[in-house]
Design a protein around this ligand. Structure first.
Ligand code: G3P
Length: 506
C-alpha cells in the first residue's frame, strides 16, 4: 500500500495505533506528497457518568484514538527514564554523539533537502544550506556545551554581612528533564536542531513534534540522530496535527521545558503550560528604518534580500520599510529594479520566489493585498498569483490604517511607509505588538546606536537586514514576539537549572 512515514519512539520506527495518517500537500503541485502517522488524541471528560465513560471507551476501541494518549504517555515515560541515564553520561561522550550526528546529517543533506523542496517549497540551494547550517549548529553546540557545562562556581560565605568563612557553595548546571521541541514549517530541520542539540548536550531528553509541512524532512533528520547511536528513548519524534495532539503534548505533566517557534499558537501554549521554563519565538514585523544619509544601494539590496528571501516566510524578514520622504523615491526605484531580477517559479529550479506554504497562507496574503488596494496603496508591480505562487510585490505609500502596515504577511509582499522624521519611524516600530528584530540604515553610527536603543525589539541590525544567524548570536523577541532568548549559548543555559551543594564547616 501507500507509504506512511512512521513516528520515532524508544529507538524504533513505529506505526500509531490510531490507524490515522495526515497528508502533506506539496505547495507547488498542490497534490499530496507524503503521509505521516497521525497521533490523534481525544480528551477524556471525567463527567462522572459511567455510561459516558463506557461510551468513550467504545469510541476509543472502535477508532483507536485513546491508544494515542497511551503512546504519548509511553514516549514520555521512556524519555524520562532515558534522560536519567543520559544525565550521568560524561559530557564529553554526549558531545561525541552530537558531533557524530552532525556529520551524518551533513552526509545526508541531499535527501533531506529534497524533502524541504517538496514539503515547504524551499528553493533547492537554500534547502541544502539549511541542512548544512544545521550540521554546523549541532557541532558548535557540542563544543560550546563542553565549555559552558564544564564549569561550575564556588562561592564562600564571608562576603555577605554577618557570615564567617564557614560555608562553601558549589554550584553547577544540571538538566531540566524532558524538553518538548516544536519548530515551525519554515525551518523544519534547522529550528528543530537548534532545540535538540542544546537540550541533549545539557543532559536532557527530547521529544520533537515537527510541523506537518516539513515533518518528513524532520523524520529524515531524526534518522541521522538514530544512526549516531543515541540511547533508546532519549530522542522521540511524534507526528500529527497540532490541533489534535498539541494540547496533550504541551500540557503533559512529563514535560519539563517547552521550546516553541511559530505563530501565535505559542501565546496559547504559554497560557496552558505548567510551571516550566518556556522558550518562545512567535514572529515579527521587522522594521527597516532608512535615513537620508544611508547608502541607498546597500539599502535596496538588503530590502530585497530581507523582504523576499524564501518568499518572505521568515520571522526575521523585513516586513515594513520606514523610509525618509526625501530618499523614498530613490529607494523605491532601486528596490523595484532589483525585484525585476528575481526569478519566480518552482523550488526545484531554485527560483528566488516559490509558492507559499499553503493555499490558506496565500489567501491570507491576498487579503492583506486587497485591503491595501481598497485603501489606495501604490502598487509598484501588478499583483499576480497562480495557485500558491505569489509574484513579489512592493506596496508604496502605505498608511497606518492599512492592515499590511501592522500584520505579518509571511509572503513576498512588502509595504513601504514614508516618514518625515526618524521619531515617526521609531514610533511606528514601537507601536507594533511584535518586537523581534529591526534594522536601521545610516552612515552616522552615533545616530544608529541611539535609534537602536529606542527600538523596542530583541535585536537591531545596523546597515544590514535582520537575521537570526550566525546561530551563536543571542536571538530573542520582545512583546508578542516571544519570551526567553535563543542562540546556542542561551539555549544551553535555558535548558539547565542551577544546582548547588553547600559544605558547612564545623
Ligand atoms: O523564521 C524563523 C527565524 O528564526 C528566522 O531565521 O535565519 O531566516 O533569520 P533566519
Amino acid at each position: 500500500g501507500e507509504q506512511v512515514y512512521k513516528y520515532y519512539a524508544d529507538g524504533e520506527w513505529k506505526k500509531s495505533a490510531s490507524g490515522k495518517s495526515v497528508s502533506i500537500v506539496n505547495p507547488t503541485t498542490r497534490e499530496p506528497q507524503y503521509k505521516v502517522q497521525e497521533l490523534a488524541c481525544v480528551i477524556r471528560f471525567h463527567c462522572g457518568s459511567i455510561f459516558f465513560i463506557v461510551f468513550l471507551c467504545l469510541v476509543d476501541w472502535v477508532f483507536g484514538t485513546a491508544c494515542t494518549q497511551e503512546e504519548v504517555n509511553k514516549v514520555m515515560e521512556a524519555s524520562k527514564a532515558a534522560q536519567k541515564l543520559w544525565a550521568r553520561t560524561p559530557l564529553w561522550k554526549r558531545a561525541e554523539h552530537l558531533h557524530k550526528a552532525a556529520a551524518i546529517l551533513k552526509e545526508h543533506k541531499a535527501p533531506i533537502a529534497e524533502c524541504l523542496v517538496k514539503e515547504i517549497a524551499k528553493p533547492a540551494k537554500d534547502a541544502v544550506t539549511e541542512v548544512v547550517r544545521s550540521g554546523d549548529l549541532v557541532s558548535y553546540t557540542a563544543e560550546e556545551g563542553v565549555r559552558i557545562l564544564g564549569e561550575g562556581k564556588l562561592l564562600v560565605s564571608d562576603s555577605f554581612p554577618g557570615n564567617e568563612r564557614s560555608k562553601y557553595c558549589l554550584s553547577s548546571k544540571v538538566p531540566l528533564g524532558v524538553v518538548l521541541a516544536i519548530p515551525p514549517f519554515n525551518y523544519p530541520v534547522n529550528l528543530a536542531v537548534s532545540k535538540i542539540a542544546p537540550a541533549l548536550i545539557a543532559g536532557n531528553s527530547l521529544v520533537l513534534k515537527p510541523p506537518t509541512q516539513g515533518a518528513v524532512a524532520a523524520l529524515h533528520m531524526i534518522q541521522c540522530f538514530h544512526l549516531a547511536g543515541f540511547p533508546k528513548g532519549l530522542i522521540s519524534c511524534v507526528t500529527g496535527k497540532g490541533s489534535e495532539i498539541g494540547d496533550f503534548l504541551t500540557m503533559h505533566p512529563g514535560v519539563n521545558c517547552i521550546s516553541f517557534t511559530g505563530g501565535d499558537t505559542g501565546i496559547a501554549i504559554s497560557k496552558k503550560a505548567g510551571m516550566i521554563p518556556l522558550q518562545m519565538e512567535l514572529g515579527g514585523k521587522d522594521a527597516c528604518i532608512v535615513l537620508e544619509d544611508a547608502d541607498l544601494d546597500l539599502v535596496a539590496s538588503n530590502i530585497v534580500k530581507g523582504g523576499y528571501s524564501y518568499s518572505g516566510q521568515r520571522c526575521t524578514a523585513v516586513k515594513v520599510v520606514l523610509v525618509m520622504e526625501s530618499v523614498a523615491d530613490a529607494v523605491v526605484e532601486k528596490v523595484k529594479a532589483k525585484m525585476a531580477k528575481l526569478s519566480v517559479g518552482s523550488p526545484e529550479d531554485d527560483c528566488d520566489i516559490t509558492p507559499v506554504v499553503s493555499e490558506s497562507s496565500a489567501n491570507f496574503i491576498e487579503g492583506l493585498v486587497m485591503d491595501a488596494k481598497e485603501k489606495a496603496a501604490t502598487f509598484c508591480q501588478e499583483y499576480r498569483r497562480e495557485g500558491n505562487l505569489i509574484w513579489p510585490l512592493l506596496l508604496d505609500h502605505v498608511r497606518p490604517d492599512m492592515r499590511i502596515a501592522w500584520e505579518e504577511p509571511f509572503g513576498p509582499v512588502l509595504p513601504v511607509i514614508r516618514i518625515s522624521s526618524v521619531e515617526e519611524g521609531i514610533h511606528h516600530c514601537n507601536a507594533s505588538n511584535f518586537g523581534l528584530q529591526g534594522c536601521v540604515f545610516t552612515r552616522d553610527i552615533n545616530k544608529a546606536i541611539l535609534i537602536s536603543d529606542a527600538m523596542e525589539t530583541g535585536t537591531v541590525q545596523i546597515n544590514s537586514a535582520p537575521a537570526r544567524g550566525p546561530d551563536h548570536f543571542p536571538f530573542q523577541g520582545l512583546k508578542d514576539s516571544g519570551i526567553g532568548s535563543q542562540g546556542i549559548t542561551n539555549s544551553i543555559n535555558m535548558m539547565t537549572k542551577i544546582k548547588s551543594t553547600v559544605i558547612n564547616l564545623p
